[in-house]
Each structure stands twice: as C-alpha cells, then as structure tokens.
Design a binder for this molecule. Structure first.
Ligand code: PSV
Ligand code: MN
Length: 388
C-alpha cells in the first residue's frame, strides 16, 4: 500500500468562509431565542467572525447578506474587516423579504417588480466594487404554490433575462454564483429547484457563472457527492453553502447530522484536487445557530469540515485506483472506509500547533474572555437577526 501525502500541507491552505448571519439571533417560524452579547450591526458581526479566524486560522473571509448587512459606507466596513484581520467575501443578494416579492422577484409576472429585483442585484455588484468582493451569490425564493398559478416557461424566460442583465454588469474578475433549492418558500414549483436547472442557466450565461451547492437544499437521500463530482468534472461548481440537516433546510452545524456524507463530498473534492482556494471552488458555511452559542458553533463547524477533509486526504488514491480498475468492490470500499474511520483529531491538533494556534480552538476561545466582554459591551440597541 502506498502512503498518501501528509494532509497537513493542504489543510493549512484550506479556507472556509463564514456567513455574517450565523452570528445574529435566529430561530424557526415558531420562536427566535435571543442570546446575550449578540452583534447589533455588521461591524460587530465581523468582529465575531474574526474571532473564529483567530482560533482556527482558516476563515479569513466573511460573506455579507444585503440588506441584512447594509451600511452607509462599505469602504469603512471593508477597512474594519481588514483591521480585524479578515476581509469581506461573497455578497449575497436578498430578493425574498419584501412584500412586493409575494409572487416572486426576477420571475414575478409584473415587470415593475422584476425591475426592482434586478436593480437590487445590480446594487449588490456596486457593493462588490467597493468591498473588493469577487462573488455575487444569487438565491431566488421564486416559485409558485399552486398548479396553474403562473406559466412555468415564462418564469424561466424572465429568470434568464434577469441573469443576463446581472452577468453583463460583472467586471472581468467578478463571478456569479447561482444557488438552487428544492422547495421553500414556494411549495409547488420552485424556479431554480435543482443543480441541473442552475447549471443550465450558468452554461448559457458563460464562464463567469457557476453553481452553488447548499448541502441542505436537496430531497432526502439525494446523492450530493454525485452532484459535486459531476459539476467539478465540467468546471461548473462555484461554491458550497455548507450546513447539515435531518429533515429539510435545517441549517444545522455542518457535519453534525451526517459526517459520513460530508466525508463523501470531501472525497470527491480531494479526488478533483479542489481543496485549496486556487481551485476556484469556495467553501462557505450557511448556517443558523438557534439554540447553541454561536461563535463556538461556528468554530465547531470549521473543525468538522477540517476533519472530513483530513480523512478524505488520507484516502490511499493509488490503491483505490488499482482496486477500482480491478473491479475489487470490497477492496475499494475498504480503502475509503479505512480513511473515514481514522481518528484525525491528533493530526489536526498538531496542525494547529504548527500554525501557532491553540490545539483546542473552542476551549481557547472560551478562555479568552471575549464573550464576557461583548456581553458587557453590547447592551442596548437591536440585536442582529433575520431581517435586521
Ligand atoms: C436559502 O435557504 C439560503 O440557503 C440562501 O443561501 C440564503 O441566502 C440563505 O439561505 C440565508 O440564510
Ligand atoms: Mn444557502
């Protein structure tokens, strides 16, 4: 058996982007449980995200969601991120929280509503110009609740027209990421329900558009690693929104519900040599921490991604290729399972020490006194949350 190369070199270069909204209050449609010390504005969210980078060393960028993170001065916000040792990453548009979008946004039957939605997307590109962000992420809540409600083909045409306009606005080094989701909030027909629809739109648009795989956006039992492998094979995979789910779009900590699925996804990533940022694939979290403390939950999520990646890097690729070409079903499966069943936590502790970090990032954060400090400081004002 050959020995796979030491995973630490690639793990050191891996980068995971954090969502600003993971640090705000969140909940279900039944209740949002408020926590103490929650950021009250995008500046404080960035400060919290910077803590995660401080203790993990692999999360140097933060995704913003507009208008949740709207500010008067994006230059100042980018500078604030820089001073905190991080930078602003993907800009996420939001065309789902306005009364005008009841029947959709860019697919709405009324051209005036479509215009409003497209103008928002273009305004997001203006923000990118200021923050230096390279990616605009589009997720459309558009769809219909009842058969006959609207013409499905016309809605696709409206979607194409909107995407064309936004694509044309991108500068040479800016990219469009198109996210799909099976259902919710629309229950009958979602306008971008799956990777195939997203990919078809991206292919038509051109090389600056690619697909976002949000791991929570599929029907139960969907083979997500197949989607990942397929898109990687056609340069169609732009990014991940990582999270985990037991039922629907649960937005739980990635790797919590099904660590084996996360490993299988990372196995395809490693096989395609797409772990590091130069692969062009972005690894982002898209999670909400409704009942658990948020900064620690984000650190745990980052650790879970690192563990899955480390295990995938331990797969003996040469032996696997031989077993596969010989049709050795049990041998090939055994090679994968050997890697999955390896305890990589000591390796990751070593890696963190090599990087000058505490081997126990959650413990180190908890001992730092940061939480107590922000609980004292962040009194008054409105805690950040969905829509704020
Ligand atoms: C939609 O469910 C989604 O996954 C999109 O990425 C949104 O931007 C994000 O959630 C908001 O949490
Ligand atoms: Mn998402």
């Amino acid at each position: 058996m050959s020995r796979p190369p030491d995973p630490r070199a690639l793990l050191r270069q891996q980068q995971i982007e954090l969502p600003s909204w993971a640090f705000g209050n969140s909940g279900t449609r039944f209740k949002v449980f408020a926590q103490d010390g929650i950021p009250r504005d995008p500046y404080e969210k960035i400060a919290d995200a910077a803590q995660v980078h401080r203790y993990t060393g692999v999360t140097p960028t933060i995704s913003l969601h507009i208008p949740w993170d709207a500010v008067d001065d994006y230059h100042e916000l980018a500078e604030h991120a820089r001073v905190n040792g991080v930078s602003i990453g993907v800009i996420n548009s939001n065309t789902f929280q306005d009364d005008d979008y009841r029947l959709g946004s860019v697919c709405h039957p009324d051209p005036a509503v479509r215009r409003k939605a497209i103008d928002h997307l273009l305004a997001c590109v203006d923000i990118m110009d200021t923050t230096g962000s390279r990616h605009l992420k589009l997720w459309f809540a558009d769809g219909t609740n009842y058969p006959g409600q609207d013409n499905l083909t016309s809605r696709q045409r409206r979607l194409s027209a909107a995407l064309d306009e936004v694509y044309a606005r991108l500068s040479d080094d800016q990219r469009l990421l198109v996210e799909y989701k099976l259902f919710e909030p629309a229950f009958y027909a979602t306008d971008v329900p799956d990777w195939g629809t997203a990919y078809a739109h991206c292919v038509r648009l051109g090389p600056k558009a690619s697909v976002v795989v949000d791991t929570g956006h599929h029907a139960p039992h969907t083979n997500i690693e197949f989607i990942v492998a397929f898109l990687l094979g056609r340069s169609g995979l732009g990014a991940f929104d990582l999270n985990s789910r037991f039922y629907a779009d649960d937005d739980l900590m990635v790797g919590a519900a099904d660590p084996f699925q996360l490993f299988r996804i990372m196995n395809e990533i490693v096989a395609a040599d797409a772990v590091t940022p130069d692969s062009g694939v972005l690894y982002m979290l898209d999670q909400c921490h409704n009942i658990e403390p948020k900064i620690q939950a984000v650190i745990r999520s980052v650790m879970n991604v690192q563990e899955a990646t480390a295990k995938a890097l331990l797969v003996d690729r040469a032996a696997l290729a031989t077993a596969q070409s010989e049709g050795d079903v049990l041998g090939a499966n055994g090679i994968l399972m050997d890697a999955y069943n390896t305890d990589v936590r000591p390796l990751l502790r070593d890696l963190r020490e090599d990087m000058g970090l505490d081997p126990d990032p959650i413990g180190a954060f908890q001992r730092s006194g940061y939480l107590e400090k922000v609980i004292d400081e962040r009194v008054g004002g409105q805690a950040a949350g969905w829509g704020v």
